[in-house]
Write a protein that binds this ligand. Sequence first.
Ligand SMILES: Cc1cc2nc3c(=O)[nH]c(=O)nc-3n(C[C@H](O)[C@H](O)[C@H](O)COP(=O)(O)OP(=O)(O)OC[C@H]3O[C@@H](n4cnc5c(N)ncnc54)[C@H](O)[C@@H]3O)c2cc1C
Length: 446
Amino acid sequence: MARVLVVGGGWSGLAAAVELCRHRVEVTLIEAAGRLGGRAARISHRGREYDSGQHLVIGAYHGVLELLAAMGVAQETVFRRRPFELLSLSPSPSTSPPLRLRLAALPAPFHLLGGILGAEGLSRADKWSALRFCLAAARSRDLPEDYSVQELMFRHGQPPGLISRLWEPICLAALNTPLHEASAGMFLRVLRDAFAYDRRDSDLLLPRRGLADMFPEPARRFIEGHGGRILLDRRAAALEVSHGRISGVTLVDGARLDADHVVLALPPPACLRLIEPCAALRAVAERMAGFDYAPICTLYLRYPPAVRLDLPMIGLHGTLAQWAFDLGVSGEPGLIAAVISGPGEHMELERDVLQQRVAAELAACFPHWPAPEEIFTLCDKRATFLSRPGINAWRPDVETPVEACWLAGDAVATGYPATLEGAVRSGLECARRIVREPSEMTRGQT
Ligand SMILES: Cc1cc2nc3c(=O)[nH]c(=O)nc-3n(C[C@H](O)[C@H](O)[C@H](O)COP(=O)(O)OP(=O)(O)OC[C@H]3O[C@@H](n4cnc5c(N)ncnc54)[C@H](O)[C@@H]3O)c2cc1C
């Protein structure tokens, strides 16, 4: 039986390991941290548990859903499904009234078109502009040449107010990239995947307890239940490559792990550190070095349990915070996560000032709320790569020039932005390419 070593226990590495275990491959997964999940893990702060950043998961995450089904995990045990509904509020409703969009009871994409027609808070002209854009987006396929989402908006005559209240927040939430820098091709793909094919694709999937219980923990149980090994607090330091083939990795403690295949399921900076010394991987290293990154800040504000939002997730307009999530749906009544995606002035603010600003914004939008009892802030400066025009042509493939050395992770060429779904798909693709290689697998038999 071939032995596969997966380096990295984020969603991509776990997906690769699960899929390999399903094909009865002998898997060892090493993770540098003391927990699984990578950027989407569960962390502790002052005796309480939090997700390591608020995540939005939708019904179009077919890779995640297929893998849960393959592991025998019933969806309803790990998340609740809710139809997408957009409510966007501003602290000054007299100048910027609430925008509310409920999807119509129609098949996709008419559910969205009907929703736009019936939306509250949009002028008739805005509705027609949005409808024209959605129809064009549903019909569009790959762009012959990529350009920015700002340019896309301009080409489709989208009014500035509609852009700032509807398209910009969606672009930031989906690509974590500002409009003027974001890839139109990637934005159109995300819109199509969420709204064009099946109305359930736009559903929100709300974790029942937290991100770790949604996938990393079931994946751990599955991998270990199928004979796989998971080693935490083990960091890869170097790749063992000779004659164009990888034979294992050396860990920082000097231990060596041999394998017939190695999957590097890492974010680009960590991957780069491992592959840079290897001449045969120079071209891949150049690609890995070519990403720029954008931050995401999550502020967890703890209110009395009676505090809740009308919807699991509400958009905020004219504020630093772009979205507020009610974590009451995940068993944490009174916990509100305020999210700020992408770069901006908030990254220059002292932590205290940022917390006060966001608490004041929420107080202005929800005047009946008391002050928060506690705020815990997580800002990841390199949360995801920037999804710039042309980025898809630049992303490395899962296969590398070194035999049996594979790449997974949200940055590899899946066509998806840096998301949980992109990460899972990359892991699945690696695993499938490994098991589809009978000669390699046979060579691995000892
Ligand atoms: C704050 C925040 C909010 C986000 N919001 C969303 C969202 O709403 N929706 C969405 O779909 N996506 C979101 N994302 C993106 C999503 O979290 C990532 O795309 C996904 O988790 C990436 O998974 P990965 O396995 O590719 O990489 P990672 O999660 O980075 O996993 C890589 C793992 O490798 C380990 N590692 C690193 N170096 C070594 C080494 N040398 N040896 C061994 N192990 C090593 C790391 O410790 C890590 O656990 C968000 C990300 C952040 C940070």
